[in-house]
Design a protein around this ligand. Structure first.
Ligand code: TXA
Ligand code: MG
Length: 319
């Protein structure tokens, strides 16, 4: 349902988000599909609504600088100088994340994407909800990014709780993504803030290009999480006969798991949305579990978010 971005409707939208719902909202770049960034279940619902075949990391949107320190661990002092020039605005920065941000937002990476949009409706919605909204562009996977509320309605209307209409987006392309986790700032995605404008402030900024970035650094661009321990996919925990020293990741609670050194359950009730919300945290825990040198993962049914969960599990199983 599309509603105008009146004060009352924004307050109502914030209530929906605080209850774990999803609201599409305008920013200066494109419309975002927002949910509470601190609620893993809401984040999983965003992926489900977009029908993304895998979990690409999402941008966390904030409305003030205190929130940056609440969600991210800023060690690089250049960060504050850079954002003082471009925030609010169409610059997304990659910085180390804090634990309060669910692993699903960052696809299990230790870093996260953050931006402060330059749009009064977006800023008010963020302030009135938890102060941190996860929001990818509000389009189904493989579609163009939406720049009007009608675009969102046509393609996602039946999968989200509310669409706040703020008119057409001023910029119309997504934000520029700048990695600030290394010595040299690196543009990962060109976008609404031009490279020229960035260069006026950051003289040494580089643009990521597969052919020019040195082969010693692609690790920094690895966009999915793999555990350090060997990971094997099994149809069922029952198939694993040698269990000592092994961790098991179950889709739902099962009766036959005696003997494993560590166990995690993705969803007690077997709900794929909940499984997605828990996946990366469970993998991190098993990777860190003492007394285990390998992880077995039970297959998850490929319905709904199960397909995205299995995509990530297959990637994690490849060494
Ligand atoms: O303008 C925009 O940025 C819009 C509006 C709604 O704010 N949002 C948007 O989000 O375009 P999305 O999810 O479609 O794009 C997120 C981008 C992707 O290119 C993703 O790879 C990158 O941010 N990203 C997120 N977390 C990252 C991380 N930890 N490291 C590197 N790249 C990351
Ligand atoms: Mg997008």
């Amino acid at each position: 349902m599309i509603v105008q971005n009146t004060n009352e409707n924004i307050l109502n939208a914030a209530k929906i988000i605080n209850r774990g719902g999803l609201v599409a909202f305008p920013t200066e770049t494109v419309y975002g599909l927002g949910g509470d960034a601190l609620d893993p279940h809401a984040v999983a619902k965003i992926f489900e609504a977009k029908k993304r075949p895998s979990f690409d990391p999402l941008i966390t949107h904030i409305a003030d600088l205190e929130s940056l320190d609440r969600v991210a661990k800023i060690k690089n002092p250049r960060v504050y100088d850079i954002i003082s020039h471009f925030w609010p605005g169409s610059l997304t920065i990659i910085v180390p994340k804090r634990d309060i941000i669910p692993d699903l937002i960052s696809s299990g990476l230790p870093t996260m994407a953050v931006r402060m949009p330059d749009h009064a409706t977006a800023l008010q919605l963020i302030r009135e909800s938890s102060g941190a909204l996860a929001a990818p562009s509000a389009n189904p996977f493989g579609f163009l990014s939406p720049t009007t509320a009608q675009h969102v309605e046509e393609n996602l209307g039946n999968r989200i709780d509310l669409i706040l209409d703020g008119g057409p987006c001023r910029i119309g392309v997504e934000s520029t993504v700048l990695d600030l986790t290394k010595d040299i700032p690196l543009i990962l995605r060109p976008g609404g803030l031009s490279i020229e404008s960035l260069r006026e402030v950051i003289e040494d900024v580089e643009v990521y290009n597969r052919t020019t970035v040195s082969p010693s650094s692609p690790g920094q661009l690895k966009m999915h999480y793999s555990p350090r321990k060997a990971l094997y996919i099994v149809d069922s925990a029952d198939d694993v006969s040698t269990r000592s020293g092994a961790g098991i990741l179950l889709f739902k609670k099962g009766p036959h798991t005696d003997g494993f050194a560590a166990e995690e359950v993705l969803s007690e009730s077997g709900d794929p949305v909940e499984a997605a919300a828990t996946l990366f945290t469970a993998l991190h825990r098993l990777d860190a579990a003492e007394g285990t040198n390998r992880i077995y993962v039970e297959k998850v049914p490929l319905t709904g978010l199960g397909a995205a969960v299995m995509d990530r599990i297959y990637k994690a199983s490849k060494k």
